[in-house]
Design a protein around this ligand. Structure first.
Ligand code: NAD
Length: 239
């Protein structure tokens, strides 16, 4: 049921970190993948390594016009667009008195407005197909508050809410929308966090592959009756 042969999946921020693990797992499950990222060298190298079922598209998720171009190019390359993983994200941290408007705007633009633009860009194609799975990457920080992470937390709660409203609106069109909430996963984003200071019941921080199985599940028919759901993948961290 997790066979993705014939499906086309677009992963934003797919050139490294968690997004790269999603790309590799979706590809291994049989999907054709579009790697969309700011990182042109890394993204193109990953597409070349994966071969003919993978292409790279340069994308800044905050760029409205670029989204139209990337969706059109994806459909032109592979004929459909079945799965969107809105994964691209950034983080910044500051106590509220030191949180500049520029920092706030930057994190909201990429993490929340970028997800909105991506969802809006793929919906016409998915409606025309009568099916689709949109997987929006939030965080455990979209489920609770943490000191210093105000913009990040607001963006990730926003992604969770947007996923809920879209799931309700798009269900009748055969489009499922779910959010995924990873805990501490060791990537370039989290190198400054000491995992020993965080209580994780499963006894270790995550690696990107720990989340990839949930993405393949949500991309596939194994989750065909799942929409508007929130998947916490955190080793028990916020239990
Ligand atoms: P990362 O920094 O390793 O990778 C992020 C990727 O997004 C990079 O490839 C980067 O180039 C790309 N990106 C950034 N801004 C972009 C933009 N404007 N347009 C297109 N691409 C852009 O981070 P990661 O840890 O792999 O995080 C991936 C996602 O998972 C993020 O949304 C993050 O908030 C979320 N997340 C991460 C963790 C964690 O512990 N690592 C936990 C919860 C949620």
């Amino acid at each position: 049921m997790t066979d993705l042969e014939g499906r086309v999946a677009l992963v934003t921020g797919g050139a490294r970190g968690l997004g790269e693990a999603y790309v590799r797992s979706l590809h291994a499950a049989g999907a054709r993948v579009v790697i969309a990222d700011l990182l042109e060298e890394e993204g193109a190298a990953l597409a070349a390594e994966l071969g003919e079922r993978a292409v790279f598209q340069a994308l800044d998720v905050t760029d409205e016009a670029a989204w139209e171009r990337v969706v059109a190019a994806s459909v032109a390359a592979f004929g459909s667009l079945d799965v969107l993983v809105n994964n691209a994200g950034i983080a910044n941290a500051a106590p509220i008195e030191h949180l500049t408007l520029a920092k706030w705007n930057a994190v909201i633009a990429v993490n929340l407005t970028g997800v909105f633009l991506g969802c809006r860009a793929v919906v016409p194609q998915m409606k025309a197909q009568g099916s689709g799975s949109i997987i929006n990457i939030s965080s455990v920080e979209g489920m609770r508050g943490s000191p210093g992470l105000h913009g990040y937390t607001a963006s990730k709660f926003g992604v969770r809410g947007l996923s809920q409203s879209l799931a309700v609106e798009l269900g009748a069109s055969g489009i499922r929308v779910n959010s995924v909430h990873p805990g501490l996963i060791m990537t370039d984003m989290t190198t400054r966090i000491d995992p020993a200071r965080i209580d994780i019941p499963l006894g270790r921080p995550g690696v990107p592959d720990d989340v990839a199985g949930t993405i393949v599940f949500l991309a596939s028919d194994a989750s065909r009756f799942t929409s508007g759901a929130e998947f916490v993948v955190d080793g028990g961290m916020i239990a």
